[in-house]
Design a protein around this ligand. Sequence first.
Ligand SMILES: CC(=O)SCCNC(=O)CCNC(=O)[C@H](O)C(C)(C)COP(=O)(O)OP(=O)(O)OC[C@H]1O[C@@H](n2cnc3c(N)ncnc32)[C@H](O)[C@@H]1OP(=O)(O)O
Ligand SMILES: O=C([O-])CC(=O)C(=O)O
Length: 356
Amino acid sequence: MTIGLDDVVAAETALSHVDGEAGRLIIAGHDLEELAGRVSFEDVTAMLWEGLVPHAASDPKALLSEARQRAYRYLAPLSPRLAGLTPVEGMRLLLASLPDADEDHPSLAVGAAGIAAAMAVRGAQGLAPVAPDSLLGHAEDTLRMMRDAPVSGDEAKGLDTYLVTVIDHGLNASTFTARVVASTQAGILSSVVAGLCALKGPLHGGAPGPVLDMLDDIGTVDNAEAWLDDAIARGERLMGFGHRIYKVRDPRADVLKTAVGRLKGKSNRIAFAEAVEATALKVLERRKPGRRLDTNVEFYTAVLLDALGVPRDGFTPLFAAGRAAGWVAHAIEQTRTGRIIRPQSRYVGAWPAQAA
Ligand SMILES: CC(=O)SCCNC(=O)CCNC(=O)[C@H](O)C(C)(C)COP(=O)(O)OP(=O)(O)OC[C@H]1O[C@@H](n2cnc3c(N)ncnc32)[C@H](O)[C@@H]1OP(=O)(O)O
Ligand SMILES: O=C([O-])CC(=O)C(=O)O
């Protein structure tokens, strides 16, 4: 039996496919590279939701815009409760407060994820929420609400590229969590909250903040090798490297690196990050031979979101804002298969003493 379910197929999905040997990600029948930076987050959401959410394709931009307005009405009154919470805790509180009585759970969940990400980041800084703008796209509006200042065209494109890049990824830990909850017929909103909860630690969706901490701590290219070597010697994992499925470079790393390059002078970290990445790969190969550890999506997520001015504790909320569309699709797909997910455990505890 595999602990960690490495080779277990726990669901069939038409939503996305991760080829870990080829370094290929297919989303709704398209290679990631055909979508990210080319097709908007709203349109890719509609592609994922085709056949699952009625009317999602007719005007996805209007659908999510209206959902943000609706979500803001539910969530804005909760802003005083965000004081003292980290953004992930705040987002968890906000999404958990959405009413099951709302008439459209799929769009509400995704609209609310954008609102909640922005509100939770601001709330952690003691700042009041900013209302959505119905004329803007989802990525641009989410970033504008987070910073309370206009977003340039290339910044909007940068975040849109990011949200599409992380929208779905097979049966990763948070999506599996969402599907388990959906399989009990708990509903879409509960599935999305469950998915978010799976992101709170550093191993899944939470690595980009620590990646930036690592880059800051390394400080100079000359220091990289010794720093990384010491970290491995202490038994630590290098954040932004390694993956359960990808045994080669995660294709999303290059998509996001390219997106940073398009930000025209907005990142002063890219050259340094590239140098650290190259050194990390060398150190991993030497220290962990044969493990096939390569760069994952989280490494350049850190550089891109930092270049967009997002505070590092806002990185995980933005991952959730993108992934929410995938969680919704998986929750509906799972519900349609109609079976509860219930694997086995192997008992290794004590047995009751035999009666004499
Ligand atoms: C959107 C996302 O969630 S992408 C993933 C983001 N997470 C990170 O970047 C965190 C760092 N990476 C990791 O912790 C892991 O690579 C994971 C969690 C992503 C995958 O973990 P697993 O598939 O369970 O790998 P597993 O634990 O089996 O590791 C195999 C070996 O590689 C090592 N290893 C795995 N990742 C790393 C890493 N980032 N740095 C150093 N060593 C690593 C392990 O220590 C282990 O070594 P050992 O054989 O000497 O014990
Ligand atoms: O697939 C995984 O295990 C983690 C990941 O990269 C993702 O969820 O985007």
